[in-house]
Design a protein around this ligand. Structure first.
Ligand code: UTP
Length: 295
């Protein structure tokens, strides 16, 4: 290893996509705020950030998108109203929520036009300078004892190169994902050889697909800066990785432990909603009983 491995303190979370798979609902609510049981998807992501020991979040938002700030910031007026109305239990829940995210700093950059996930990350470049950073999409939740971001950071500490989260999916489903060709180097750890975006089943190099969690190094930002928008006019992170691979750069893949709860389209979101609801001790028994009664 030539360079000293730098500690990871920051995460970039782009939430400026159009969410076309949820139109027309996503015209008024971005998919990061769709609830899963009683919390929006972004809440689960920020919980994972906290558990992974990351201290600074840079959100990439669309112009005028204030919901994230409103959601996580303390609301003193609301607290006063709850005190006046003697809603002690609800007030305590609200305060517990606010305390949960103390110690994490939030900042925001705007992506003026949704020109792709890679373009969104690039908008946060000035916040990360020459340090490695975690990137997470907000529509992939990983239910795991060891937080997914921490799993990636641990790999980065030993290899000091970009790390991409991977999961196995049934072979007949691979065509919906970015699929990787790999060389296995240890349990759950791979060198990525190639990325094939949404391949025909016959052309898929494996059943390992990319999940929306990464560790990016300053070198990835150099590639992002010089990349041109591709076919659809967007800068796509997976395409930038593929370019790096074709030039002999090393990118690692970490097969994540835990359950992958996808929320990027309607059916996936519904399944994730059911998964989490049926695990929630507050609701699971009655919900299971109720489901049995539906014909
Ligand atoms: P997706 O690939 O899920 O795209 O983005 P999308 O636009 O949100 O949704 P669809 O495909 O149209 O239904 C992955 C992540 O990158 C962000 C999204 O908000 C999501 O967290 N993103 C994507 C941006 O911030 N800006 C973009 O231009 C594109």
């Amino acid at each position: 290893m030539t360079e000293e491995t730098k500690e990871i303190k920051k995460i970039i979370i782009p939430v400026a996509g159009l969410g076309t798979r949820f139109l027309p609902l996503s015209k008024v609510i971005s998919k990061e705020f769709f609830p899963l049981v009683d919390k929006p998807a972004i809440h689960y992501i920020v919980e994972e950030v906290k558990k992974s020991g990351i201290k600074e979040i840079v959100f990439v938002v669309s112009p005028g998108q204030k919901a994230i700030l409103n959601y996580f910031e303390k609301d003193s007026d609301l607290e006063k109203t709850l005190i006046k109305r003697k809603k002690e239990k609800i007030l305590k829940e609200l305060k517990d929520f606010e305390e949960m995210f103390q110690g994490i700093s939030f900042s925001f950059v705007t992506q003026k036009t949704p020109l792709g996930d890679g373009h969104a990350i690039l908008q946060a470049a000035k916040h990360v300078k020459d340090e490695p950073v975690v990137v997470s999409w907000a529509d992939d939740i990983i239910d795991s004892d060891e937080p997914a971001m921490a799993q990636l950071i641990n790999i980065f500490k030993t290899c000091n190169a970009p790390v991409v989260a991977l999961k196995r999916v049934p072979m007949e489903k691979v065509s919906a994902y970015g699929v990787v060709a790999v060389e296995k180097i240890a349990n759950h750890l791979y060198k990525i050889k190639k990325i094939v975006e949404k391949p025909e089943l016959s052309a898929a190099p494996s059943d390992l697909v990319i999940v929306g969690r990464y560790v990016l190094t300053p070198e990835v930002f150099k590639y992002l800066k010089k990349s041109e928008p591709s076919g659809k006019g967007e800068i796509i992170l997976a395409e930038v990785f593929d370019k790096m691979l074709s030039e002999g750069k090393i990118i690692y893949g970490c097969e994540l432990k835990g359950e992958w709860l996808e929320c990027g389209d309607k059916l996936k979101w519904l399944k994730s909603f059911f998964y989490l609801s049926l695990k929630d001790p507050r609701f699971k028994d009655e919900l299971r009983q109720y489901l049995k009664t539906i014909k």
